[in-house]
Design a protein around this ligand. Structure first.
Ligand code: DQA
Length: 144
């Protein structure tokens, strides 16, 4: 069975209550549920984690080698700062899709740079919870 690893970065556990005008009112649990239903319908296994800790995310990506076919990651604030997560993705050799709920290019200047994008297969940004569904569809396409 093909496997996709979904990683939610810092503060995404707060979705639903965190700045709803930017990130919407949907909870992470709800997003995960929708992704799982879609993955199951395609006979693909999803493993989903959320972490507020850079080192933990690096460890998880480091162990993904040989275990997962695709990574979907919303690195959240680490998108703009983490060379360590970028290097972990690069070292893993696993096709990675970067996701953002908000359009990072229409927000503050510091969000316009993604250290993750150059080591990703592609990036989806700006479609709210639907960004994750689009990312999952892209991942399923990569698995075909
Ligand atoms: C985010 C965008 C980041 O700039 C921000 O730090 C987040 C969420 C998004 O999904 O829109 O925490 O990754």
């Amino acid at each position: 069975m093909k496997k996709i690893l979904v990683i939610h970065g810092p503060n995404l556990n707060l979705l639903g209550e965190r700045e709803p005008s930017v990130y919407g009112k949907v909870t992470l649990e709800n997003i995960n549920k929708k992704m799982k239903i879609r993955a199951k319908s395609k006979n693909v296994k999803l493993e989903i984690i959320q972490s507020n800790h850079e080192g933990e995310i690096v460890d998880i990506i480091g162990k993904a080698h040989n275990n997962f076919n695709v990574i979907i990651i919303n690195p959240a604030a680490y998108t703009h700062t983490s060379v360590a997560i970028r290097d972990a993705i690069s070292a893993s050799g696993i096709a990675t899709i970067e996701v953002h709920l908000s359009n990072i290019y229409s927000r503050e200047d510091f969000r316009h740079t993604s250290l993750i994008a150059p080591v990703s297969k592609g990036q989806i940004s700006g479609f709210g919870e639907y960004s994750y569904i689009l990312a999952l569809e892209a991942a399923l396409k990569l698995l075909d």
